[in-house]
Design a protein around this ligand. Sequence first.
Ligand code: GRF
Length: 190
Amino acid sequence: MKKARVGILISGRGSNMASLVEASKAPDSPYEVALVASNVPDAPGLDFARKQGIATWAQSHIGMKRAEFDELVDAELRAAGVEYVALAGYMRLLSPGFVRKWAGKMINIHPSLLPAYKGLDTHQRVIDAGEAKHGCSVHIVTEALDDGEIVAQAEVPVLPGDDAHMLAARVLVEEHKLYPAALARLVRGK
Ligand code: GRF
């Protein structure tokens, strides 16, 4: 079976990217990682990707128009033969044109049980609201932030005494399982 070629966009640590890369090594993985791209040239995750022998591309978006920068990213993805895009801590809003080009083929992981808690600082906001449950979601990327069809979710409890770091760590364990599984399902067409 020919494996689907996936491009991953990161801006930072890249632990979700790493989990996608690790899962792609399984012989029965339906995808391979063709490119890791970043808008932050010193994003720590790029080192991991390079050490894995994965092609990387990085350029700062600073000083460029959003659509112009996204065209560059799109060109890199196409040149690498990418068929699906996974956003993994990519801290940038995407231009409508870019989103349209990858419609139905681009997913994101977000640390909340969407549609609740879109945006930033989800862990602290969940604690402040006194929620009993939190988690993460994988969704199809649309023009609106953290919107689009939810394709997978995992829940964790919020425990007494949790601070945002403790809660984030509990959610992250689930993110690292959920994202590879959701990506595999997407590329299998399920
Ligand atoms: C994760 O919590 C992810 O859900 C969110 O940003 C964080 C990225 O972490 N979109 P990492 O760079 O994948 O380690």
